[in-house]
Design a protein around this ligand. Structure first.
Ligand code: ADP
Ligand code: MG
Length: 396
């Protein structure tokens, strides 16, 4: 992100002109996302309820006729260039030769061509320039935004007719294999399927997605993001350790995934696994149930009624899954003390952001309370802003 007020779509066009010396053929974009509830359930074949946000990553693109692909981003001074025909040899085996950020768009190009079964000699090359206002590493999925923008742009100009779910799988494959981050598919689905004023209720096993109206405006509610500024990283061991614990739990119960475990199965698991594994599993199993309860509550009673579910989700991540950090707990506690309807950390944990569901007239109070609590605890000031459930990836 550049430190200017330039709209990211204009920044992408300007970057394109600067790095490639021409005007782009068009721009596409995809949003970041906030997960309303359902954390670490995605790779357990469970349920999640994310929504796309107004922050977007834009890509300016023009075709080339020499089979080369060049990528540029406001994050980086240079241009990364490879031949389309080389992508298959680069990913995943030699991905270390590519700067990390460029593995996202180049990995999408690779995975897209592989799933379309297109001979990489057939499509033309492309130049791609990225600019974004999605905060990076804050748990708002700037990674899915760059993947989604790349996927819809390349699919359109290469004439690859894949539906949104297939494009989400392309993004996940790029992130898993080209980047090397073992993430699930929630972020890509939210970024590609998002709708204004709605969340996406996703079954991560079947990939069936339902749009669930949030009705925030009608209820006079805002969603406040409190970005702690603490950077999470998939490179650290915590994420992999949590996934391994989930796999241990499923294996102990003889099921393919924790999706197949109900809260009533937990006492039986306690006989089979150690305390840490039990608590990891308990988070996932109860969190799945909370997602189902949240969807039902939204439909039957509206968004004001989901506060307790958000609070229970946070407690489960703090105490059982142990992926919160003091900054996130401080943000949640401060928001609730200042009258938020509900609050929880969102995203993979170990840093990133908390969300609070807040009556419009209390947004300032919650903001002030969180800022003051961070100050009192000696933490760096958080970044606080509201997010609006928004539309998914599209041509601009
Ligand atoms: P997040 O929670 O923001 O998704 P990740 O670690 O999953 O955090 O992804 C962030 C990484 O994605 C960045 O470090 C960078 O490599 C890449 N990325 C995201 N947006 C851009 C962009 N606009 N330009 C270049 N790289 C980007
Ligand atoms: Mg990410």
């Amino acid at each position: 992100m550049t430190a200017t007020d330039t709209r990211p779509v204009d920044a992408a066009r300007a970057l394109f002109a600067d790095r490639f010396g021409a005007a782009p053929a068009g721009t596409w974009s995809a949003p970041g996302r906030v997960n309303l509830i359902g954390e670490h359930t995605d790779y357990n074949d469970g349920f999640v309820l994310p929504f796309a946000i107004q922050h977007r990553t834009h890509v300016a693109l023009a075709p080339r006729n020499d089979g080369r692909v060049r990528v540029a981003s406001t994050f980086d001074d240079g241009v990364v260039e490879v031949g389309l025909a080389e992508l298959g040899a680069l990913f995943p085996a030699r991905r270390d030769e590519i700067p990390e950020w460029a593995r996202y768009p180049l990995g999408v190009a690779w995975a897209l061509l592989e799933s379309a079964g297109t001979d990489p000699h057939t499509p033309t090359g492309v130049d791609l320039a990225f600019a974004s206002d999605v905060p990076v590493g804050a748990g708002l999925s700037s990674s899915a935004a760059i993947e989604g923008a790349t996927a819809v742009a390349l699919a359109e100009i290469w004439g690859i007719d894949l539906d949104r779910v297939a494009l989400a799988k392309v993004g996940r494959r790029a992130e898993n294999e080209a980047v090397g981050a073992p993430t699930g598919i929630m972020d890509q689905m939210a970024s590609l399927l998002g709708r204004a004023d709605a969340a996406i209720f996703l079954d991560c096993r079947s990939l069936e997605a339902q749009v669930v109206d949030l009705g925030l405006a009608g209820a006079g509610l805002e969603l406040v993001v409190i970005d702690t500024g603490v950077k999470h990283s998939h490179a650290t061991g915590g994420y992999g350790e949590r996934r391994a614990a989930c796999e241990r739990g499923a294996a102990a119960l003889g099921v393919p995934a924790l999706r197949d475990v109900a809260p009533r199965d937990l006492p039986r698991l306690a006989e089979l696994v150690d305390d840490v594994t039990l608590r990891r599993v308990r988070h996932v199993v109860t969190e799945n149930q909370r997602v189902l309860d949240t969807v039902r509550t939204l439909r039957d009673h509206g968004p004001t009624a989901i506060g307790d579910l958000l609070v229970a989700s946070h407690a489960s991540m703090r105490d059982d899954f142990e992926i919160s950090v003091p900054e996130l707990d401080t943000a949640v506690d401060a928001a609730l003390s200042a009258g938020a309807v509900g609050a929880r950390m969102t995203g993979g944990g170990f840093g990133g952001a908390a969300i609070a569901l807040v009556a419009r007239e209390k947004v300032q109070e919650v903001t002030d309370a969180a800022t003051a609590a961070f100050d009192a605890a000696g933490f760096a000031a958080p970044t606080i802003f509201t997010v609006t459930p928004s539309a998914g990836a599209a041509r601009d």
